[in-house]
Design a protein around this ligand. Structure first.
Ligand code: ATP
Ligand code: MG
Length: 685
């Protein structure tokens, strides 16, 4: 309903309007369930502030993803456009809307000198950070010492958790990584060396963006300056922030005036990454004056039966602040709980449903398939491809994580900061005849040299490198001295083309990706902004957010539940609604983890507006970790929907027994058998 998103103020309900117009001295907290209009209210509040004369550049809007920031900015513009005849108002772009990490990067760039941080730092994504961790680990000889030393990813995860929770290493090990506790001393040494390496090379990892930002505002003059610069600070999805983020807000707005946070404790799903729901629960008491608290109870998104089922699921949560929601969207159709034989049938069922809805006029873009883990969608992707249904996947591997895209970015990043070893290491190995050994020598040379380009040109490459070597110093020289944007990226792409051909069989497809990247690059003002923002939050293949529509036709959305946060679709299909997938079998450790999985199911269900299908394959295949090949396991419906809750759902079996079942499909057990099995399971769930 487009009218809803552009709705003038008088369509807001009284609680929403109170939040929009609130002008008191205490901070404002909007805490409410899914689909109650929190994000919409935040957009209206921003528009209200601008209409009231606030300078858009003095509004800091923090969202969970860059996509959310772009959507919010557009929503604000639409509201302003509808509310005012002044066209300049509608174009009053919010300069400071983004994620904590993205905004942090921009502020650090701007204030680098004043906090003693070099101007041309580069930013490492998770993979780069893990690579650097690995380099350091090798230098310290930990990997050789004992094979069971934690992997580079685990090391990084532990490090990151310590930083984000501000908890001592020993506690983090004990609580979250008990199998690594025996390495505590070695990990301390490793993390120390990792930090030194980052400093020496002028690189920041994701966590540093928050750390340095927090450090910056721990300095009272800078904190006061920034606090004054941003008269209004507004945060969406506050339940998924961590302690560092809360401390940044506190430093910016010690009195709380001008600070608005919104969220839903029932949707906190990032504790596994160090977020803490205490931030939102304790918010009211964190300031000299207790926060103004607004709660919203009407849901505008989902039909009543969908909401009732979602309420039932979250109703069994151990702890919860937000109350049950109600909806005026009456409907007779309850959410479907569909039993299928296996994952192949699950895929066939979904594609059939999706296409049927499309026939009824629900575009593919208005439908989404959600799943707990990115690899769950593989059989569905096959089926969609087979049946020519276009789709786009959120979460999981992103465009910029593809090897060839990272190659090209490494070259640009190295030109930006020649001390960045991970970038250099990758870039020089694109040359023929250069392996890891030579690469390590080259980055050493470059790091030590006054002029990296001269050092490269003087380097005597192995004879196998041949003539090609000379093109590298030449490229680097041009990128460093005659940099022009976006021409740089075209220059680098042309340089890379012959190497791409050599490295990859499917070079033509990859070349097309790089051209795509060049088009995306053109929408950024300069190389540094491009590198920063893309590293922090790579666009998905659909990104018209960068001004470049990559896929203009209709497509189905595939998304992890985590990436689906804050969004909504007419029809939602949830894959593998079984124990072992949700809750994930990785998360059966503590009750806190199980509770987070329950909230995850709640988030998934509350994305649906009109139709919701939860699908339970009776068996699915798991890949054995230790080389044992695949095996199939029998699945049980998720424990979060116990037998007593089944009334909230429409139960179905597909394919219908005796009906035109797909060739080869095994007939599903009769309904009575399923019901009894469900009742039995209910006895011990
Ligand atoms: P989530 O918890 O999932 O992030 P939310 O609380 O942020 O949800 P929104 O996304 O802001 O909810 O709103 C959900 C839907 O309800 C949107 O389609 C929005 O346009 C609509 N909506 C919100 N408030 C109103 C209103 N007062 N009148 C009509 N529609 C509304
Ligand atoms: Mg929202």
């Amino acid at each position: 309903n487009p009218a809803a998103s552009t709705s003038p103020r008088d369509h807001l309900n009284p609680e929403q309007r109170a939040a929009v117009e609130y002008a008191g001295a205490a901070p404002l907290l909007v805490i409410a369930g899914a689909g109650s209009g929190k994000t919409n209210t935040l957009a209206h509040r921003v528009a209200h502030l601008v209409l009231g004369g606030a300078d858009p550049a003095a509004i800091l809007l923090l969202t969970f993803s860059r996509r959310a920031a772009v959507e919010m900015t557009r929503r604000v513009e639409r509201i302003l456009g509808a509310a005012s005849d002044d066209p300049t108002l509608a174009r009053a772009a919010l300069a400071w809307a983004g994620t904590f990490h993205g905004i942090g990067a921009r502020l650090l760039r701007e204030y680098a000198e004043r906090i003693g941080l070099g101007q041309n730092f580069t930013i490492h994504d998770r993979e780069d950070s893990a690579d650097l961790m690995n380099l350091v680990r090798h230098e310290l000889g930990f990997s050789a010492k004992e094979k069971r030393f934690p992997t580079k990813q685990t090391c990084l995860a532990i490090y990151s958790r310590v930083v984000n929770t501000e908890a001592p290493l020993a506690d983090v090990l004990k609580e979250t990584f008990p199998w690594c506790a025996m390495w505590e001393d070695d990990l301390k040494a490793l993390f120390g060396a990792y930090v030194t390496a980052k400093q020496r090379q002028g690189v920041l990892d994701y966590d540093d963006l928050l750390l340095y930002w927090a450090h910056m505002v721990s300095e009272p003059t800078l904190a006061a300056e920034l606090g004054a610069r941003f008269a209004h600070v507004l945060v969406d999805e506050y339940q998924d922030t961590n302690r560092l983020q809360a401390s940044i807000l506190k430093a910016l707005k010690p009195e709380g005036q001008g600070l608005t946070v919104v969220g839903d404790d029932a949707q906190s799903i990032y504790a596994f990454r160090g977020a803490t729901v205490r931030n939102i629960l304790d918010f009211p008491q964190q300031f000299p004056q207790p926060a103004q608290v607004v709660t919203l109870e009407r849901n505008y998104r989902s039909t009543q039966p969908i909401l009732a089922a979602s309420n039932a699921v979250i109703g069994l949560a151990a702890e919860r602040f937000t109350k049950n929601l109600w909806s005026e969207r009456a409907a007779t159709q309850r959410p479907q709980l569909v039993t299928v034989h296996d994952e192949a049938d699950q895929a066939r069922y979904i594609v059939g449903q999706v296409l049927a809805r499309r026939e009824e006029g629900v575009r593919l873009k208005k439908q989404a398939v959600l799943f707990r883990a990115a690899h769950h969608s593989a059989p569905l992707e096959l089926e969609l491809t087979r049946r020519n249904v276009p789709f786009v996947k959120f979460g999981g591997l992103k465009f910029l994580e593809a090897a060839h895209v990272k190659d090209l970015l490494a070259v640009l990043r190295w030109a930006e900061n020649p001390r960045d070893r991970v970038a250099g290491f990758r870039a020089v190995q694109l040359m023929p005849g250069i392996g890891p050994k030579s690469a390590a020598r080259i980055v050493d040379l470059v790091e030590a040299a006054n002029d990296p380009v001269v050092a490269l040109a003087d380097f005597q490459p192995p004879s196998s490198a041949g003539e090609a070597w000379a093109t590298l110093p030449q490229l680097l020289g041009e990128l460093r001295t005659r940099s022009a944007w976006p021409a740089d990226i075209e220059r680098a792409r042309r340089w890379y083309a012959p190497h791409l051909d050599r490295k990859y069989e499917d070079a033509a497809i990859r070349e097309a990706d790089l051209l795509q990247m060049e088009r995306i690059a053109a929408s950024y003002p300069n190389r540094e902004r491009f590198l920063t923002e893309l590293t922090l939050d790579p666009p998905d293949a659909t990104s018209d957010e960068s001004g470049v529509p990559l896929l203009d036709e209709d497509y189905l959305i595939l998304s992890t539940i985590h990436s689906a946060k804050g969004q909504e679709w007419d029809s939602v299909y949830l894959l593998n609604t079984v124990d072992g997938c949700i809750p994930s079998d990785l998360a059966t450790g503590s009750s806190a983890e199980i509770e987070e999985e329950r909230r995850l199911l709640y988030v998934a269900m509350t994305r649906a507006k009109d139709a919701l299908h939860l699908i339970t394959p009776q068996r699915f295949y798991v890949t054995q970790q230790a080389g044992g090949g695949d095996r199939h396991v029998y699945a049980q419906r998720t424990r979060f929907i116990p037998a007593a809750m089944l009334d909230s759902f429409e139960q179905a079996v597909w394919p219908v027994a005796g009906g035109g079942a797909a060739a080869g499909a095994v007939t599903a057990p009769p309904q009575a058998v399923i019901d009894i099995a469900a009742r039995l399971r209910g006895m011990w769930n």
